[in-house]
Design a protein around this ligand. Structure first.
Ligand SMILES: [Zn+2]
Length: 191
């Protein structure tokens, strides 16, 4: 079972900063454009909320490791590094107004969302998001070779996909945060 958590830029606010760690706050300070700051803030917070919901620990206690495998800077894809529990695999993506996190207890996941109008060739968007999702899952290890599902994005004009671990079944459970008032779609499962 893979959990997919959606949020939007409208969730950005100073209250979220309390959840974040010093490296995440430093990264926010380095971003000049308010929209980039908002997406980065909501992405970091949503990742913590999703892991907290899955594991029962507090969002601020989630240890997120982002060391880049190429250069060692803290801008790589996130891993959950808490030692005292079975850390889930996670993936984060944002585009336009939307932020999405995928989480699996079974193996590497990859998720991608794309505002279609941002692409040079909007007709390529379905293949684009599938390829990105699969790339993210595969970059985490040989188990990340599973199936790719299209996701229904909670706002119009976006496409999204999630790559599931090969042995994690077919169930995708959808959540919205902080509530579902901003979304066109409700909670539930998607197959
Ligand atoms: Zn790097």
């Amino acid at each position: 079972m893979v959990f997919v958590w959606w949020s939007s830029l409208t969730a950005a606010g100073h209250g979220l900063l309390e959840m974040l760690d010093p490296a995440e706050r430093t990264r926010l300070d380095s971003l000049d454009r308010p929209a980039d700051r908002g997406r980065s803030m909501v992405g970091a917070a949503l990742l913590r909320v999703a892991v907290a919901s899955h594991t029962g620990i507090a969002p601020a206690d989630v240890l997120v490791e982002r060391t880049c495998e190429e250069c060692g800077a803290p801008h790589g894809a996130p891993r959950i590094a808490n030692r005292a529990m079975a850390a889930p695999w996670v993936s984060v993506s944002h585009s336009g107004l939307l932020v999405v996190v995928a989480l699996s207890a079974r193996g590497p996941v990859g998720v991608d969302v794309q505002r279609v109008s941002d692409l040079a060739d909007p007709s390529a968007a379905p293949q684009w998001v599938r390829r990105e999702a699969l790339f993210k899952a595969r970059s985490r290890g040989p188990e990340g070779r599973g199936l790719v599902h299209e996701l229904e994005a909670p706002l119009a004009g976006y496409l999204a996909a999630v790559a599931l671990p090969a042995d994690d079944g077919q169930d995708v459970v959808i959540r919205h945060w902080p509530d579902r008032g901003w979304s066109l779609r409700g909670e539930g499962s998607q197959k």
